[in-house]
Design a protein around this ligand. Structure first.
Ligand code: AMP
Ligand code: ZN
Length: 112
């Protein structure tokens, strides 16, 4: 999708701060971090929302990437939070599926 900001990161038109990449997905630092570590993991294919994630293999790979990135960032033992915002009431702003990985501070519950 030419007008999708995250597709531009996949194509190389935009240059995010990449922390991990493989054939199916890309992980980069959030431009407006909500925690000392805040990473976004996106599928390279344009998938608008979690509702559109039909590929169970890709779903598993996205979760595996969360685990890998959390370990790489030194978050695994202390803990971290993974968030997927879906559609308007879920607070989704960018309509290319992404998993947030937030860490290195104490998280609260319930989220806002
Ligand atoms: P969401 O509200 O779940 O759709 O989250 C979108 C996230 O994308 C927000 O945390 C933004 O800070 C982040 N974001 C938007 N533009 C960029 C960008 N150019 N580089 C990195 N992160 C971005
Ligand atoms: Zn996209």
């Amino acid at each position: 999708m030419t007008d999708c900001i995250f597709c531009k990161m996949v194509s190389g038109e935009m240059k995010p701060d990449i922390v991990y990449e493989n054939e199916q997905l890309l992980a980069f630092r959030d431009i407006n971090p909500q925690a000392p570590v805040h990473i976004l993991i996106i599928p390279k294919a344009h998938i608008s929302t979690l509702n559109d994630l039909k590929d169970t293999s890709l779903a598993g790979r996205l979760l595996q990437a969360v685990i890998k990135v959390a370990a790489q960032e030194g978050l695994a033992d202390d803990g971290y939070r993974t968030v997927i915002n879906c559609n308007e009431q879920g607070g989704q702003d960018v309509y290319h599926l992404h998993l947030h990985v937030l860490g290195r501070r104490q998280m609260r519950w319930p989220p806002g």
